[in-house]
Design a binder for this molecule. Structure first.
Ligand SMILES: Nc1ncnc2c1ncn2[C@@H]1O[C@H](COP(=O)(O)OP(=O)(O)OP(=O)(O)O)[C@@H](O)[C@H]1O
Length: 295
């Protein structure tokens, strides 16, 4: 059996090197012959993941933050022979790991490779790219993309909230049209989230209803709100009851087209993505993943 191990030495606190040997030992202990690939720049992880498919490896293991994992998913998504996939989270947010029950401590995640189950997992397609967690559209979303790596490392998920709140103060109303399976929504929302998983920006209960393999895009339309309403919604984010807020509308759909009066950049899995109009669809159970067995 062959495995490819892709790691990003710069992810998180840049400590992939320290976990590399243990990871390879565990893979070899599981009977894999291991091909090791170190990324050095943007897109390397995508190229390596595509190579893994061409070389028909049995298992692809990645180590890195959400950005690296997103690149790997982009390399796998269009290939006909996708290997089993899993990853060791090293980033600052690690939403996909939270959603899948992969331990956030790298040592524990590596150990967990010894006892896994397979799970078919949905991914999303946005234009010609792929994502596994979230697309955010609105002025807040573009500000979040401005959060520096230093801010993210220091404050973790809090950075997302603070940057978001700052953006709200200068928020201008932008007309948006959302075409989904059941109809068309028009308005001037503050933020639109299209989520595949429960965990967004490190908040594990943000999209409570989302399961990684439910075949649905969970669309949260967050309407214009003053600071008091934002504080109320913030509390509900923590409690996992955001969808009950009067300022929030939730739509489930397999496809969505998001158009806006002025072009708006979106944020895809924490990084800047394309500009509106955005065509998003779900690819149900597209990845076969190895996830830790539940105790
Ligand atoms: N050797 C490298 N040095 C610097 N950057 C790299 C290297 N290899 C890959 N990259 C780039 O680093 C980007 C960010 O990495 P990643 O998201 O894994 O870490 P992070 O930003 O610390 O995590 P998170 O997204 O959870 O905050 C990748 O998308 C890739 O383009």
């Amino acid at each position: 059996m062959k495995a490819m191990f892709i790691y990003n030495p710069s992810s998180g606190k840049a400590d992939a090197e320290q976990y590399k040997e243990t990871t390879v030992n565990v893979l070899e202990g599981l009977g894999y012959e291991v091909i090791i690939k170190e990324t050095s720049k943007q897109n390397d992880a995508t190229i390596f993941a595509t190579q893994a498919c061409a070389e028909k490896v049995d298992f692809l293991l990645a180590m890195g933050g959400d950005g690296t994992i997103n690149e790997v998913v982009n390399g796998l998504a269009e290939q006909p022979n996708r290997p089993l996939f899993s990853f060791i989270p090293l980033g600052t947010v690690n939403d996909f790991a939270r959603a899948l029950g992969i331990p956030l401590e790298p040592e524990l995640a590596i150990e967990a490779l010894k006892m896994t189950n397979t799970r078919l997992v949905d991914i999303g397609q946005i234009g010609d790219k792929y994502f596994m967690n979230i697309v955010a559209v609105g002025e807040i979303a573009s500000r979040v993309a401005d959060t520096t790596v230093e801010q993210k490392t220091k404050m973790g998920s809090l950075a997302y909230l603070l940057e978001g709140a700052k953006a709200v103060i200068s928020n201008e109303e932008i007309e948006m049209t959302i075409t989904h399976d059941q109809g068309i929504w028009k308005g001037t929302p503050m933020l639109i989230l299209v989520a595949l998983t429960n965990s967004v920006g490190g908040f594990e209960k943000l999209v409570n209803a989302a399961e990684v393999n439910d075949g649905k895009l969970h669309i949260y339309i967050i309407k214009q709100a003053g600071l008091a309403s934002i504080a109320r919604m913030g509390a509900k984010v923590l409690l996992g009851t955001l969808e009950e807020d009067t300022g929030v509308e939730v739509i489930e759909s397999s496809n969505v087209l998001i158009e806006s009066g002025n072009p708006l950049y979106c944020n895809v899995d924490g990084d800047e993505g394309d500009c509106t109009p955005l065509n998003i669809q779900i690819l149900p159970k597209h990845l076969k993943m190895l996830v830790p067995q539940k105790n």
